[in-house]
Design a binder for this molecule. Structure first.
Ligand code: CDT
Length: 311
């Protein structure tokens, strides 16, 4: 049986502070319509897809902060998306800020199967940025202020005929992210991102370098674990704050097979043959035969760098 999953990467252009969730969901539904025309099986939307990238704003009032969070999923604003996707038999993944019943806040993404049922939840593990206002940055990146590190690890799920996993934005820069999923046989990793076009602590590092690092990490992660990777941006200037675009899909050889061209709402499409992951998994990256875990203790045994003793 063919295991080709036709995936749509539903890039979103800017979402401004004043834009309502209802307006964003209408845009997401437009992209879903395009995905239906393209006969997609799965549509992937960005990180924090329902709102502006609010961690750039320093806030102290908890009610103001919590206004950016979702208390349940689906909810009134997103239910039309679930219903339409279920009707079209298209799977979904998108990110949102999650406020749990017991008061925890996570940067979360979900995987919804073709019947419209949530089959997977992931909470962002690697939270970049800082937790207090930093006057030395050209803009703020306060994820460490507004979210707790994810508490679910990097699970994978058997769904849509394959083994799928999720991560979110900054997670893509860490090889451990892919390897933990690779060790569970992942065949397709989906992720969304909001990546500022300039480095707030090194303003000469602009969009070209940012896009280079973005592609580099995704292509390496895909190749080294022989998996498909689908990465989808929220991009363009949100209230004057630019985010890179560059949504793309990478095959298990590490090659880019689809890439967005705009900094606006755009659907990229590729046929992801999950069986194309088999060759790499059985040869150069046959983990069971080639990994030498007796030498990897430092990976989980220490967090920061431990320098060798001075001579
Ligand atoms: N959303 C997110 O994780 N963005 C980060 C920006 C890092 S700069 C503090 C990223 O890795 O793209």
């Amino acid at each position: 049986m063919s295991r080709v999953l036709r995936v749509g990467g539903a890039q979103l252009g800017p979402i401004h502070k004043a834009d309502s969730r209802q307006a964003v969901v209408r845009r997401m539904l437009d992209l879903l319509e395009r995905a239906k025309t393209e006969r997609c099986d799965l549509v992937v939307y960005p990180e924090l897809a329902l709102t502006t990238f609010f961690p750039r704003w320093y806030m102290t009032d908890q009610a103001e902060i919590d206004a950016w969070f979702e208390r349940e999923m689906p909810n009134a604003a997103t239910r039309p998306l679930f219903e339409k996707a279920g009707e079209y038999r298209i799977g979904l993944s998108f990110g949102y800020a999650e406020l749990t019943r017991d008061g925890h806040r996570f940067n979360t993404s979900i995987l919804v199967d073709r019947a419209g049922t949530i089959v997977g939840k992931y909470r962002k593990v690697h939270l970049p940025g800082h937790s207090e206002y930093d006057p030395n940055r050209s803009f703020q990146h306060l994820e460490k202020r507004y979210f707790e590190p994810g508490d679910l690890g990097f699970p994978v799920w058997r769904t849509m005929g394959g083994i799928l996993g999720m991560c979110i934005c900054n997670d893509r820069r860490w090889p451990e992210t892919y390897r933990v999923m690779g060790l569970q046989g992942v065949e397709l990793i989906v992720l969304g991102y909001n990546t500022p076009s300039v480095n707030s602590q090194k303003v000469q590092e602009g969009p070209q370098k940012r896009l280079f690092h973005h592609r580099l990490t995704l292509q390496a992660g895909a190749y080294q674990n022989s998996t498909w990777v689908v990465a989808v941006a929220k991009c363009g200037a949100e209230d004057g704050h630019p985010l890179i675009a560059g949504s793309l899909m990478v095959d298990p050889d590490g090659e880019i097979v689809a890439e967005s061209k705009s900094e606006d709402d755009e659907l990229i499409v590729a046929d992801c043959d999950l069986d194309a992951t088999v060759f790499g998994k059985q040869t150069i990256f046959d983990f069971a035969r080639h990994r030498r875990i007796e030498h990897y203790g430092r990976i989980t045994g220490q967090t920061g760098v431990v320098l060798p003793p001075e001579r």
